[in-house]
Unconditional design. Structure first.
Length: 358
């Protein structure tokens, strides 16, 4: 079996930036030194994205051109996996059974399809989870509003569900109260350094939040999707020695030249093409094909029209119809398409696990 590296893993949200590409370059050097053949690399994209891609704050540009650039640079045996809408929709059922819970259905589905392809040729792969968490690559490390908010930076997605959930259910769940309690618990755990200025202390809190809450979720996604197909995916950026070293590295060093993850960029500057080193951080790719949006709308309308749908007691039907009538594009970090996808997987989860809420 060949050695493999996955270019787009969800969870740590590997990117065609220095976190993934530096591993390509280093792994290629090892294989060449030991005369073990060429490295196998993989990337994914979605059908129709080339023509329908719309840049956003979290996805400012497409990954495919950079994936090809790196593959040429390290001379790997590169595979581009172009995901069709019907494949992604179908794979959601596999994702549900792999996790036993609803979740980021379409992102996890893409991850599952990537791992399934890799497993056909390799038994072990490398992925880039943790690089953004230990080097500080996420938007919320730099966005002042997110840094100042007394909550988890990803909790903004909760607001997308408030208008569409049954008000009684919302009152029972008390999501804002739950999030506030969990956030307070997390903050109480953060180590305090004597003499640390408030700005540095806040950055340390953000790193702690990422390492102990966000990253654990991403690693769970990665483990469940990869083991669903029998692939072992290793995560070099989670090496405890690296994590411990970077935890104690001052933020000023990690952003020495004012760029995201500049410490990592500078460390591998001699290994990668300049456009890859200089590109903006881009999150895990998602489908922007009109056919994908149409498929989500059709599925959701079918759920609303079915009097036995398990999702009906959970939502305000008219609010979901209003959502269907509007655009499904990005609104910050969260898309309306993500809301629909999440609701659809909840409906399937309730059916598959025979959970009654009436």
């Amino acid at each position: 079996m060949s050695s493999a590296i996955c270019g787009h893993s969800v969870a740590g949200l590997s990117r065609w930036q220095c976190n993934v590409c530096s591993r390509y370059a280093l792994a290629t050097g090892v294989l060449n030194r030991d005369e073990r053949g060429r490295l196998a690399t993989y990337s994914i994209d979605f059908e129709g994205n080339r023509d329908n891609f719309q840049p956003s704050a979290v996805r400012p540009e497409q990954d495919t051109p950079f994936a090809r650039m790196v593959a040429r640079h390290v001379r790997s045996d590169h595979t581009e996996l172009l995901l069709r809408t019907d494949e992604v929709i179908k794979a959601r059922s596999e994702v549900l059974r792999a996790r036993d819970l609803p979740g980021l259905a379409d992102t996890n589905a893409a991850q599952y399809l990537l791992f399934r392809e890799v497993e056909r040729h390799s038994t072990v792969a490398l992925s880039g989870e943790s690089a953004d968490d230990v080097f500080g690559g996420y938007l919320w490390f730099f966005d002042r509003r997110m840094l100042d908010a007394a909550t988890f930076p990803w909790a903004v997605s909760v607001a997308a569900f408030e208008p569409i959930l049954n008000p009684e259910l919302w009152r029972l769940l008390r999501p804002h109260e739950y999030i506030a309690d969990r956030y307070a618990q997390t903050m109480a755990e953060v180590p305090v350094l004597d003499g640390e200025v408030p700005a540095d202390a806040r950055i340390r809190e953000m790193f702690y939040v990422n390492l102990t809450r966000w990253l654990t979720m991403l690693l769970d996604f990665k483990d469940r999707m990869s083991m669903r197909v029998g692939l072992e995916v290793r995560v070099p950026f989670c090496d405890h020695r690296l994590v411990e070293y970077l935890w104690n590295t001052p933020w000023a060093f990690k952003t020495a030249d004012g760029r995201v993850k500049s410490l990592l960029r500078n460390a591998v500057a001699d290994l990668l093409p300049t456009p890859v080193l200089d590109r903006k951080k881009t999150s895990f790719p998602v489908s922007q094909h009109r056919a994908y949006e149409q498929a989500l709308r059709q599925e959701m309308r079918a759920e609303l029209a079915d009097p036995d749908s398990p999702i009906l007691p959970l939502v305000r039907r008219e609010a979901v119809l209003d959502l269907l009538a509007g655009p499904l594009g990005a609104q910050g970090m969260w898309r309306s398409a993500d809301t629909l996808s999440f609701l659809l997987q909840i409906a399937e989860w309730l059916r598959v696990y025979h959970i009654s809420i009436r």
